[in-house]
Write a protein that binds this ligand. Structure first.
Ligand SMILES: [Cu+2]
Length: 131
């Protein structure tokens, strides 16, 4: 049990070194940004309708969409049930629950294929490919 206090001291030294490192980074050098920022209004918007489906309760229509990077995608709930658009990767922002007549719009700043589903009806699945 005596080692515990020793570790706590190490932890605070590490935290101090980290905050010093962050301050030292402000010199205007090149930074390693994973995805370049999107220009405003890049490309026409893509729309996906969420419709009633007898087997999965809801369905994304179209299920899979391909867009240019930075294009916006809007899902509109045209069904009778609330749904979500929840991405399996944290690289694209997920929606909360939205209901009939409401919509959710996201801009995909990275390239790749991003799968998503509905947390309320996990059989509902779709994907967005940005290139
Ligand atoms: Cu759903």
């Amino acid at each position: 049990m005596r080692e515990a206090s020793g570790r706590a001291v190490m932890g605070s030294i590490l935290a101090g070194a980290l905050s010093f490192g962050l301050v030292a980074c402000g010199g205007g050098g090149s930074s390693s940004t994973p995805a370049p920022p999107c220009p405003p209004a890049a490309g026409p918007p893509t729309t996906v309708s969420i419709v009633n489906d007898s087997s999965t309760i809801g369905a994304y229509q179209p299920k899979d969409v391909t867009v240019a990077r930075c294009a916006s995608i809007t899902w509109t709930d045209d069904s009778d049930t609330p749904h979500t658009v929840t991405f399996t990767s944290g690289k694209v922002k997920s929606s909360g629950t939205f209901s009939k007549g409401q919509s959710y719009t996201v801009t995909v700043a990275r390239t790749g294929t991003f799968r998503y589903f509905c947390t309320l009806h996990p059989l509902m699945k779709g994907s967005v490919t940005a290139s």
